[in-house]
Design a protein around this ligand. Structure first.
Ligand code: TYD
Length: 345
């Protein structure tokens, strides 16, 4: 499979890494990157790609049918990853999550269906999340999310993504559209907006500030390197079966306390830099992915997420690219951070 790919959210963390990954590894694909450049989308994430012959940027909103329709006419496939993605923001105000994640997905699905005189785009891939499954108990380390696990989203963010995920399922069923869905665990790597735990903690420590660890720090996440995620998404796009869901994980479960201690160690800081803070409302205890299906069916498994080397390389990227995150952090993020934790020093 090759041709023109309409990518949504290509200026975000996963999106910008995906653009780079596709252009470097798949000479058959061209990319149209549709991104609204909201607070977390940053054109600076892709300065090295500007002018690439197989890349074009379009500033626009996925909720705007008039923007989306002509782009669909050019597309052989859609990779939809534009989303509001930060759980804490969804707790403060869920409306933008419903607008972008639900209405945005519906707008894209309808446009994909109507494109080319009703023939539709070739394939539509929705980047969903493991958060659709809700939370696993710490007391049952034997349990993992499979694609058959019940959908029990717990945060407004997760509920909005589950809605999008189910819309994709319904459009496949009702309109026989060629749709595939990926559900990935927590990503790490370069260009992640410093509201998410890894870049937040690393950049705080670089500024001599403490790191706010929620609750008892025992919550577990399965960390996958963003390049592993990008490769898996491409694999599903090119080889996945229509109508199917594929989990993507890193085989790399860590408690937040373990993650924090490893970051402190890598950066040569002591445990006094941990500041325990009130827990997140409704904080999911554990996410754990069973990645058996994508490995069995498509032969993919993670190779770049190994701890602590992959984490150390990511920490090093933020250390080396201070100017990137300083510019990012000085914008809307500063105001958001102030509301949560007080003004940044
Ligand atoms: P986050 O990066 O927001 O991803 P998600 O909520 O999608 O898993 O958070 C990862 C984990 O880190 C989560 O259990 C919450 C925790 N966390 C903190 O302890 N402190 C923080 O300041 C943040 C942002 C997250």
């Amino acid at each position: 499979m090759s041709g023109t790919m309409l990518l949504t959210g290509g200026c975000g963390f996963i999106g910008s890494n995906f653009v780079r990954f596709v252009l470097a590894n798949r000479p058959g694909w061209s990319i149209i990157n549709l991104d609204s450049l909201s607070y977390s989308g940053n054109l600076e994430n892709l300065t090295d790609i500007e002018g690439h012959p197989r890349y074009r940027f379009v500033k626009g909103d996925i909720c705007d049918a008039d923007t989306v329709a002509p782009l669909m006419e050019e597309a052989d496939a859609v990779v939809h990853m534009a989303a509001e993605s930060h759980v804490d923001r969804s707790i403060l105000d869920s409306r933008p999550f419903i607008v972008s994640n639900v209405l945005g997905t519906q707008t894209l699905l309808d446009a994909a269906r109507r494109a080319k005189g009703g023939a539709g785009v070739g394939r539509f891939l929705l980047v969903s999340t493991d958060e659709v499954y809700g939370s696993l108990p710490l007391e049952r380390p034997d349990l993992r999310f499979t694609e058959e696990s019940p959908l029990r989203p717990n945060s407004p963010y997760a509920a909005s993504k589950t809605s999008a995920d189910l819309l994709a399922r319904a459009y496949h069923h009702t309109f026989s559209m060629d749709i595939v869905v990926t559900r990935c665990s927590n990503n790490f790597g370069p260009y992640q907006f410093p509201e998410k735990v890894i870049p937040l903690f690393v950049t705080n420590l670089m500024d001599g500030a403490q790191v706010p660890l929620y609750g008892d720090g025992k919550n577990v996440r399965d960390w996958v390197h963003v390049d592993d995620h990008c490769e898996a998404v491409l694999t599903v796009l090119e080889k996945g079966r229509a109508g199917e869901v594929y989990n993507i994980g890193g085989n790399n479960e860590r408690s937040n306390l373990e993650l924090t201690r490893t970051i402190l160690e890598i950066m040569g800081k002591g445990p006094e830099m941990i500041r325990p803070v009130a827990d997140r409302l409704g904080h999911d205890r554990r996410y754990a992915i069973d990645g058996g299906k994508i490995e069995r069916e498509l032969g993919w498994r993670p190779t770049r997420s190994r701890w602590p080397g992959a984490l150390a390389a990511t920490v090093d990227w933020y250390v080396t690219n201070r100017s990137w995150w300083e510019r990012v952090r000085s914008g809307a993020y500063r105001e958001y951070y102030a509301r949560q934790y007080g003004a940044l020093s």
